[in-house]
Design a protein around this ligand. Structure first.
Ligand code: UN1
Length: 511
């Protein structure tokens, strides 16, 4: 068994972390104080990793003032320069990838390759952002008036508030912050208090680059509870955009608060992702895709596969093979080699897992595998439950490795089961039949923001826009043209003639 205290001490030394850390950065680190601090506890074995101080109202006020001021300066610097700064940050993350990934593993419980993968996701979006910095294009239209030019431009929006969840404790911040900073915004980050240490570790590296480059404080960090920080951000008219990642319940609340003041929000809320496995699939590919989607990160990704809909002709064979994969998967400390399933984030999550398994059985589900804790602590067995269409629990997102299996006979039936949930984040179909594939991609097909063919619901690349429909909230982050949400669009009409001709042929003669 890895000695976690020893690993912690070594990693802390390399990253400049202490047992007590300031959790507030707004151009400088605010002194640590014991009152209101939060404790970072490793889900691996309950080890206390560190204490992180949290924001008071006065810290909040000061920080928003500082990033608002920084916005004026930053938004006026050329975008390619901004992109080059973000590239430097990615270069620095490359240097610290292993150490930072280990912090993610220790604090969020991700297995080593996933902890490293999370930092890689930050690095990737940083390099993407640099390319983007020379591609913030607007359209030019043909004006109906003589000697007129009509075009649209994208203008930096202002300070952006970013609220992130525990399960991607650093990558989701970078999806938002690196893109926002590239387009000219400044950001303030409120991370989940379950992963406060990771936020401090990330900001230590990022703030060093800011200091070396003599930048205004473009990125701020405010650890703190929902009331002091999150709620204030949602209501604060000085922050034109809030990007929130987390549960549907909290997202609905934040989204309502923001829209009440007619602010903008990007909501990336829960998923209830489904994979359809047809009789025309390559079973080896389908098994690996579903197993990864359902068990990776112990089922704690927004994109985790929570439901699998299998054609009746291969139903038993598929489930038997899946079950044997589940039986052989190594569960344990994420720092150990070969472990694929780490712990749940905390005891509350274990309780939710057990309650869902119980409810599913009460509602008529049949437990095929798992359904109970594994050893002590926060470890649970990944679980497969045969479900019937309409079981209420299968329409909920439980952040745990529980997979509900359904049988189907026609594609229409499979699609109906697939879409019959409130959430709409990610989806998959495993098939080699082009007609099934195209049906899945049609308007009658997957109603999700992300659709995958022959690969897992989880594990999206940064190059595409990330987000989903229905209760998932409709927001898009990361690649493609998601950058547009961090800017305001302005339609510009320019008259370079000697008269004022009016559109639609309207006359207004004032001789
Ligand atoms: C999330 O769970 O909030 O697609 C993000 C994936 C990861 C991101 C998930 N790249 O699984």
């Amino acid at each position: 068994m890895t000695d976690i205290k020893r690993v912690r001490d070594e990693t802390f030394r390399k990253l400049g972390l202490q047992e007590k850390n300031s959790g507030i950065f707004n151009g400088k680190w605010i002194d640590y104080t014991d009152d209101g601090r939060t404790e970072s506890i490793s889900p691996i074995d309950g080890t206390s990793l560190a204490f992180i101080s949290t924001a008071k109202e006065s810290d909040y006020e000061k920080t928003i003032e500082i990033i608002s001021k920084a916005f004026t300066e930053w938004s006026e610097t050329p975008a390619p320069y901004r992109g080059s700064i973000i590239k430097k940050m990615s270069d620095r993350l490359v240097e610290y990838k292993e150490d930072l990934g280990r912090i993610v593993s220790m604090e969020a419980g991700k297995v080593t390759s996933e902890g490293q993968g999370e930092i890689q996701e930050m690095i990737d979006i940083g390099y993407f952002a640099q390319g983007l910095s020379r591609q913030l294009y607007g359209l030019t239209m043909a004006s109906e008036r003589p000697m007129h030019r009509l075009f649209e431009q994208y203008v930096p929006l202002g300070p952006v508030g970013i609220i992130t969840a525990f399960n991607f404790p650093s990558a989701v911040w970078s999806w938002n912050s690196f893109i926002a900073a590239t387009v000219g915004d400044t950001t303030v980050w409120k991370p989940s208090s379950k992963v406060a240490l990771t936020s401090v570790a990330v900001m230590k590296i990022i703030s060093k680059v800011m200091e070396e480059e003599s930048l205004p404080p473009i990125f701020a960090l405010l650890n703190g509870n929902g009331k002091v920080v999150g709620e204030r951000m949602a209501n604060d008219r000085r922050i034109p955009l809030i990007s929130f990642t987390g549960s549907v319940k909290t997202g609905r609340h934040i989204g309502t608060r923001v829209s009440e003041r007619l602010g903008k929000s990007i909501l990336e809320l829960g998923g209830n992702n489904c994979a359809i496995v047809t009789q025309n699939s390559d079973m080896k590919i389908a098994l690996k895709g579903v197993a990864f989607g359902a068990m990776a990160t112990a089922g704690q990704r927004c994109t985790s596969t929570r439901r699998v809909v299998i054609n009746e002709k291969i139903y038993s064979e598929f489930l038997n093979k899946l079950k044997s994969i589940y039986e052989n998967v190594k569960i344990g400390s994420p720092l150990e080699n070969g472990v694929l399933v780490g712990p749940l984030i905390d005891n509350e999550a274990v309780k939710n897992y057990l309650a869902a398994v119980k409810t599913a059985q009460e509602q008529g589900g049949k437990l095929l595998y798992g359904g109970k804790p594994h050893n002590s602590g926060n470890y649970v067995l990944p679980t497969i439950i045969e479900a019937k269409e309409g079981m209420p629990i299968t329409r909920e997102e439980t952040f745990a490795p529980i997979l509900y299996a359904f049988k189907y006979s026609t594609m229409e039936e499979a699609m109906r089961i697939h879409n019959d949930v409130p959430q709409g984040l990610s989806s998959s179909i495993f098939t080699n039949d082009i007609r099934e594939e195209e049906f899945f991609l049609s308007a009658r097909g997957s109603d999700c923001g992300i659709a995958n063919i022959n690969t897992s619901t989880a594990g999206a690349e940064i190059g595409g826009a990330f987000g989903g429909e229905k209760d998932t909230g409709g927001g898009r982050e990361s690649g493609s043209d998601a950058w547009k949400s961090y800017m305001r669009r302005q339609t510009v009409t320019k008259n370079f003639g000697t008269d004022v001709p009016l559109s639609q042929g309207v006359r207004f003669n004032i001789e």
